[in-house]
Design a protein around this ligand. Sequence first.
Ligand code: F6R
Length: 600
Amino acid sequence: MCGIVGYIGNNDSKEILLKGLEKLEYRGYDSAGIAVKNENGIHVFKAKGRIADLRGIVNENVMAEIGIGHTRWATHGVPSMVNSHPHQSESGRFTLVHNGVIENYDLLKREYLADVRFESETDTEVIVQLVDKFAHEGFETLEAFRNTLKLLHGSYALALLDAEDNETIYVAKNKSPLLVGLGDGFNVVASDAMAMLQVTNQYVELMDKEIVIVAKDEVTIQNLAGETINRTPYTAELDASDIEKGTYPHYMLKEIDEQPAVLRKIIQAYQNDQGQLKIEEEIISAVKAADRIYIIAAGTSYHAGLVGKQFIENLAKVPVEVHISSEFGYNMPLLSERPLFIFISQSGETADSRAVLVQVKEMGYPALTITNVPGSTLSREADYTLLLHAGPEIAVASTKAYTAQLAVLGILAEVTAKSRGLEVSFDLIHELGLAANAMEVLCDSKEIIEVMAREFLSVTRNCFFIGRGIDFYVGLEGALKLKEISYIQAEGFAGGELKHGTIALIEEGTPVIALATQESVNLSIRGNVKEVVARGANPCIISMNGLNMDEDSFVIPEVHELLTPLISVIPLQLLAYYAALHRDCDVDKPRNLAKSVTVE
Ligand code: F6R
């Protein structure tokens, strides 16, 4: 959460910073600011709201070849001008942007900065005031910065300007993502390579507790002890068009439509020359060595984990537990003797999941990360990685990453099963291919689903999703999609569970979206629909071809029963999209949310 950028070179920095922030807006959009420095000093521009608001107040006449910028997702202090970054020290000498949370900021304030007047409610301001305090005591800026970092507990990606130095941006990182981008006669800083793809595709990864001295012709990485570290840059394999909306009105719609192509890409990426699914031998050995798998994830990725459990238990016959990452660390279950941990995370940066990864690595257990972002923190810190190959997912609501997660989990289950000598009664490559075709049919059904969204969701305050077995898990995801972007209160329930309390909420006209894609529970879920209809609900049954009945609202193409979640989620994603659109909500940037949740 929060995005930071920096530029030092020979060109005016304002536009580069603003463009970079626009690309990072998915990380937070409560407020934004930039600070640029020229011979007249440091100029700070801040605005509550979006980058577009910031653009409106930046003084075009200020030219400056060095600058830093920030887009905020509020943690400490409400979204406001005063709490927005960059923050300045009391003397005005230092200016700082920060992504992360400083856990001991209050203590530091009392112990070191009792006589300093603070402007904001943020934890960040403590950092910039501490640098100033050390500088005031006679330390050079680099030393003052280093001394400060040694006192911080928590997560940070930082970029610092010194009003007395025209040559340097000081940068540091711990737990929050940060990259330095290399150019010809300039260098940049960014939370994500996407932000600076406009100027470079050459990046240097930073490790936790490193400091970087960024000049326009040189980048020096040091550890906290002051030792220089050499690191080879890498080329960001991103296509600028991947991060543009093109002709689509929203990223979310574009990403929904990309799902068939992503699925086909995954089938290719995980296939060997003999046309069989493959996964690195050491990963399969780790899965086979485990007596139990623990899937750790948050939000949509957690929902993918629930389906993944069905895949792995059904095909590979390894018991699986699925846990919400923010709960697991504090309430760890009794672990088996030989656990394997699988972290599912689109971004690979989710702080709650990372906290568990750190814990289980300390306990000496093996970990596999399934992520969309190569080189992300969770990928780097786990023993093994499986990539989603979904391309950048920009809309805050996850869509293509979810179906990609399901596909990769399915492939992991199949390859493990075969490697254990277990029979898999169907050809997964073929079935995934059929699923990709079915996805295309669904993506072409937008008009019908838009009408359904109007019919079921245009005036309601709440909505229930019900299903049994694997459909229940897809219902949880459908409810999350709907609530996060349309603000309709939506909950997913196991079909049989509704009558144990929640049915009390059914009123005349309450929409209940029921999934019926599983033969074994087709009649029982329809029985649950009857129960809610008898109490006034407005039912919307989404069934699979072959199991459909006259009263169904929408029928999805037939695919293998185990793979239905890859398909049945698409009408739910589209329902959420159109419900949000009809309500005039900001589909890609829903309120209070951010794409990459890097605070615990
Ligand atoms: C919902 C959504 C979130 C994320 C969650 C975990 O649409 O996107 O619920 O799934 O914040 O994020 P990752 O997968 O990046 O760990």
